[in-house]
Design a binder for this molecule. Structure first.
Ligand SMILES: [Zn+2]
Ligand SMILES: [Zn+2]
Length: 311
């Protein structure tokens, strides 16, 4: 795939004209059905595989060839490629259909349980955490709850994440995706729009008008996509705790991978301390102790791990 020639940095905004064009192309049920069918073909026969005009028309179930041709023609170019006599779903079509399956535009799946007890523990008091379903302003999600310290981490997910999964499984899926998002952000990539991500730390836990008591004692990292809405604020310990060096150390010592953002302080004999260097440029040292050994990580001002050693 090539970048936009007019915007080599990839950080600019798409023009309103092109957004307008996309929505006018998609504003028809038959066209969405064509895209769904072509993506189904990609799923059955492989990405890049397609169908001829008549076979596609049969699958979509439109009897009027003239009308079908009109709609298919509108999609050809941006969403559908024509190779010889075959129509193939292009990347934007695959991405759109994935979003439809995630349920962003679909109906809400029913969660069978409203809450469940997890194997995770509160980082402050080590009580078992409960996971609770929430249907909030932004959509569905779960939050972790301690009977003593209240609401902890919040994980959001689209309705499609819940289909065929229990509440605990959905929480794990949302957490895994969060970790993946953090991992991509660490490499400067936005998980949502493929744009560039910039990282800032330490950031004030109290800005944006929201008091985040649950993270008061943790140094915060914020990352933000330079193009879309994607942003996240996580404790530095979470940011570093998901680093490949730390994951490898967990695996070598027989510890299960983290199942929740706050599990770096648990009964599993793992402890995590972070220390921020106040002088400029800002840096930090993160110490993760496993039994007798301590993994010491040096963190740069852009929040990348610049070195590590065992102590
Ligand atoms: Zn607690
Ligand atoms: Zn983005």
């Amino acid at each position: 795939m090539t970048g936009d020639a007019q915007d080599p940095t990839g950080s600019g905004k798409e023009t309103l004209d092109s957004v307008d064009e996309v929505f006018s192309v998609l504003g028809d049920e038959t066209r969405i059905e064509i895209l769904l069918e072509l993506c189904e073909v990609a799923s059955e026969s492989g990405i890049g595989q397609g169908l001829g005009f008549s076979a596609l028309q049969d699958r979509v179930g439109v009897t009027d060839s003239g009308r079908f041709n009109y709609h298919l023609d509108k999609l050809t170019g941006q969403f559908v490629a024509k190779r010889g006599d075959t129509y193939v779903a292009r990347w934007p079509a695959l991405a759109l259909v994935a979003a439809i399956h995630a349920g962003l535009y679909g109906e809400t799946a029913e969660m069978t349980a409203e809450s469940a007890t997890t194997e995770s523990r509160c980082p402050k008091c080590l009580r078992p955490l409960e996971v609770r379903f929430v249907d909030g302003t932004l959509g569905t999600g779960v939050y972790m709850y301690c009977s003593e310290h209240g609401k902890m981490d919040v994980y959001s997910f689209p309705p499609g994440a819940q289909v065929g999964r229990s509440l605990l499984e959905t929480m794990q899926v949302a957490y895994t995706r969060l970790r993946t998002g953090v991992d991509l952000a660490r490499r400067g990539i936005c998980m949502e729009c493929w744009g560039r991500v910039s990282t800032e730390f330490p950031v004030d836990a109290h800005d944006h008008g929201e008091k985040r008591e649950r993270y008061d004692e943790f140094t915060q990292v914020a990352y933000q996509c330079e193009r879309c809405w994607n942003q996240l604020r996580v404790p530095l310990r979470t940011y570093v705790g998901t680093h490949p060096i730390v994951e490898a150390a967990f695996e070598e010592r027989g510890f299960a991978p983290l199942r929740g953002a706050d599990e770096l302080t648990t009964e599993d004999e793992i402890a995590c301390e972070t220390e921020v260097t106040e002088s400029k440029p800002t840096g930090a040292t993160v110490r993760i102790s496993f039994d007798e050994e301590t993994l010491v990580l040096s963190v740069d001002d852009d929040c990348s791990v610049s070195g590590h050693h065992w102590a």
